[in-house]
Structures are given as C-alpha cells and as structure tokens.
Design a protein around this ligand. Structure first.
Ligand SMILES: CC(C)(COP(=O)(O)OP(=O)(O)OC[C@H]1O[C@@H](n2cnc3c(N)ncnc32)[C@H](O)[C@@H]1OP(=O)(O)O)[C@@H](O)C(=O)NCCC(=O)NCCS
Length: 210
C-alpha cells in the first residue's frame, strides 16, 4: 500500500518511541494498560452519552480500524521498550478546502513526564503536513487538564478559543479549549522547531488564564 495514501497509518520513530498502527491483536495488552491506569485516565476519557460506561476494547479498535480504512483516522499505539504505553489518534481527517484533522492522546502514568506525548504529537503533525498535505491540526483539551495544556504549550499550538459543552467526557458534556497549528506556522516541522528551542510558548496562552 502507498505509505502516503489516505487509509495508511505509518510507523514513526524517534529515539525510544515507536508509534505504529493499532492492531486487533493489541486488544489484550491495551486493555491491561487501560485497566492499570484506570483512575489516571478516567477524568479525561470520552464516554458515550447515555451509554452503559462498559468497555469494549476490541470494539473500539475495530471502530478505529474502520475509520482508518475509510481514510478518516490514523490510530497509533505508542510503544516504548516493546510495550504499549499509550495511544495517539489522528481523527476527523478532512481533505480539500478544509484539509484538517484532530489529535487525541493518552499515556500511562508510569511513563508520564518523559516527553512521549509531545514527541508523538510532533511526529504525527509533521507526517500529516508533509505527507498527507493537511493544512491544520487541532487539539481540544478540558480547561482543567494541566498536563495536556502543557503539551500544546511546549509545541506552540495556538489557542483558538473555548467550545462550551463540546465533548462527552467522564459522563458529561465538558467545555474544551481548542488549539491549532497550520502548516505555514511550522515550515521546518513541529519536532525540529521544538528540539531547536524555537517555540513561542505564549501562543497557547488563554486570555485571562495564561
Ligand atoms: C496529558 C498527557 C497525555 C501528557 O503526556 P506526557 O507524555 O506525560 O507529556 P509530557 O512528558 O510533555 O508532560 C507534560 C506535563 O505533565 C506534567 N507531568 C509530568 N509528570 C507527571 C505526572 N507523573 N503526573 C501528572 N503530571 C505530570 C508536567 O507538568 C509536564 O510538563 P513539564 O514537562 O513541563 O514538567 C498525560 O498526562 C496523560 O495521558 N494524561 C491522562 C489522559 C489525558 O489527559 N489525555 C489528554 C486528553 S486532552
């Protein structure tokens, strides 16, 4: 398959981090990590309005792979030392006049604070800009999620505004602060700009909040 074609999730590597497409056979390992880090993840987890709250990891992987096959998502698992430590999903991929996508992510608490997520966000964003030809990448975060706000700040994602009661998270509709980058803001790439210390962290500042 053409590695740059819509519907293909590439393998991206930086240092000890490998991001590759999720597979059905990851379900057991993924479920184990999700269970181990249940308390850590729950406040930030998307939920189905009116749903039972029951987990279906196989169903969720199947759904992601269906979206990937349609070319609207790239569902990565994050692998360190041969173990799955988190996920990053590029979803809502649109081409044409919009050419935009959304990023979502989590890592287990045992690897938090090592820069895994910003590295993964930078790798995925650079791939989407340079190989898929997308123009804009968006990340939406609950205003209370300080670690995730720090990720967009480190990478210089620009604050766009607050969407009220935007996504159903942890059992209710939650406000989200939205951040974005467009391709022309990062001509040398997101990873390189970050590594070279060229990020203006104030881009993510939220008026009145910092
Ligand atoms: C948000 C999240 C993905 C960040 O991932 P990460 O790989 O730890 O990212 P970083 O290493 O860049 O750390 C980001 C910030 O988290 C904070 N942090 C670091 N270690 C931490 C820990 N053990 N516990 C809580 N916060 C921690 C620090 O403020 C850090 O910023 P710093 O590097 O300037 O000190 C991760 O905390 C997570 O998965 N949280 C639960 C799920 C979630 O919130 N998903 C995102 C929804 S929008």
């Amino acid at each position: 398959m053409n590695p740059f074609a819509p519907g293909f999730t590439p393998t991206l590597v930086d240092g000890g981090l490998t991001m590759r497409s999720v597979r059905m056979r990851d379900s057991r390992e993924l479920e184990q990590v999700l269970l181990e880090h249940r308390q850590w993840l729950q406040p930030w987890e998307a939920t189905l309005p009116g749903g039972s709250g029951r987990w279906d990891v196989r169903g969720s992987i199947r759904g992601l792979l269906d979206q990937a096959a349609e070319g609207t998502a790239m569902p990565f698992v994050l692998v360190v030392d041969g173990r799955i430590v988190g996920q990053l999903t590029v979803s809502g991929i649109q081409y044409g006049a919009v050419s935009s996508a959304t990023l979502g992510y989590w890592v287990g608490s045992h690897v938090a604070g090592r820069g895994i997520t910003p590295t993964a966000v930078a790798l995925a964003t650079d791939h989407c800009f340079s190989q898929l030809g997308l123009h804009r990448m968006e990340i939406c975060i609950r205003p209370e999620n300080a670690p995730s706000l720090r990720v967009v700040e480190k990478l210089g994602f620009r604050y766009e505004g607050r969407r009220l009661r935007y996504i159903h998270i942890d059992g209710d509709w939650r406000d989200h602060d939205c951040f974005a980058l467009v391709r022309e803001e990062v001509p040398a790439g997101v990873l390189r700009r970050w590594r070279e210390g060229g990020v203006d962290e104030s881009a993510a500042a939220r008026p009145g909040l910092g």
